[in-house]
Ligand binder design. Structure first.
Ligand code: ZN
Length: 139
């Protein structure tokens, strides 16, 4: 569990620090953490992509430079983005079950079936409100 969290932390930090091109690759390989980050912090990613610091509003000449600035001067902000993304991701995992060849997400009293995690990730991007409807450990 600790290991998984450390991996997730690294992964999400990379997604925040990378530009759209690299992020696209992460999104392909890790669709679920990416969807959670995009739903929760999509506006922040957009500002970073424009070279704008989402915390102090300064603008920089490139995505690369604004990332370096963010990770150097706004460590706490970055940590909170990473932490809440992981929390939400783990909450999804708590409400996820494998049933035969499908995965089933429990949302309130409903169960939503998916064939793959990628499908689930796409669903979350289309229905971001689902993230607010997850129980804390579903039975
Ligand atoms: Zn700043």
């Amino acid at each position: 569990m600790v290991n998984q969290s450390a991996q997730l932390e690294y992964l999400i930090a990379r997604m925040v620090s990378s530009g759209p091109r690299v992020r696209h690759k992460y999104a392909f390989w890790f669709p679920l953490p990416y969807s959670v980050l995009k739903v929760m912090y999509g506006d922040i990613l957009k500002r970073l992509d424009r070279g704008e610091c989402p915390v102090c509003g300064k603008t920089f000449r490139s995505r690369h430079v604004v990332s370096a600035h963010l990770f150097k001067y706004h460590k706490e902000f970055v940590a909170s983005v990473i932490e809440s993304t992981i929390e939400k991701y783990l909450l999804i995992m708590l409400n996820l079950r494998h049933v035969g060849n499908s995965i089933v997400l429990k949302v309130n009293d409903k169960e939503i079936k998916f064939k793959t995690r990628r499908q689930l990730a796409e669903y979350i991007q289309r229905n971001p409100e689902v993230l607010e409807m997850l129980g804390n450990g579903g039975s």
